[in-house]
Unconditional design. Structure first.
Length: 215
């Protein structure tokens, strides 16, 4: 075979190899781009599905509000200390309204406040109130704590905590701060009498907390 034919054949083989390499590289690049686009589409689909799930869960979420009407003022006579007889004149229960302002029902409700006995409710529908009563001697203990400071215009902070769950078993908490106010006549060192009352403060909601894993 003539040498020129062999040279042409070798050149053609080189060109074919180069073309095949270029085609293989292009194919690999296009495959990578397609895989990346597919992954991005899948991630976007998952994100959209999660957003839709969160929106759907928000449509039936309860939103509890604590409506505090206050406790009547009480006179505590001093000096020295507050006596058990004086404490006995204070109410033994703390009552308030829990209102579901959200679009969905709340379940497994529980209301607590420090030394008070808790109150419970199985179910609270949307736009429905719950008259909650905490028993025990919690209010006298609040008064005792505030008066024991022996300072004019002092206060003792407590919180009403209402915990509940939504239909998806997520747990929420609504909290309302309470302040036991004390106003003394006379000097702070030797007051003639003290007037006490309970006021409400800030209110906020915490959650959702993730459902506990089944045992």
């Amino acid at each position: 075979m003539p040498e020129w034919i062999m040279a042409i054949s070798a050149a053609v083989n080189v060109i074919v190899v180069v073309v095949l390499v270029r085609m293989t590289q292009r194919y690999a690049k296009e495959t990578k781009n397609i895989a990346s686009a597919t992954r991005e589409q899948a991630d976007a689909g998952v994100k959209m599905a999660e957003e839709m799930r969160q929106q759907r869960m928000g449509l039936d979420r309860p939103n509890l509000l604590i409506r505090w009407e206050g406790a009547p003022p009480n006179l505590v006579y001093v000096p020295g200390r507050i006596t058990d007889e004086e404490l006995a004149r204070f109410p033994s229960e703390l009552s308030f309204i829990v209102y579901n302002d959200g679009p969905g029902p709340a379940k497994m409700l529980s209301a607590v406040c420090d030394d008070f006995l808790p109150d419970h409710l199985d179910y609270l529908l949307s736009k429905e109130p719950w008259t909650c009563t905490l028993g025990g001697r919690g209010l006298p203990s609040m008064i005792r704590a505030a008066v024991g400071v022996q300072n004019d215009d002092d206060l003792s902070m407590k919180s009403i905590v209402v915990s509940y769950r939504d239909l998806h078993d997520r747990r929420w908490e609504t909290r309302l701060e309470l302040s036991t106010m004390v106003d003394a006549t006379g000097s702070p060192e030797e007051p003639d009498e003290m007037c006490t009352w309970v006021e409400s403060g800030d209110q906020w909601t915490l959650g959702p907390f993730q459902p506990e894993a089944s045992q």
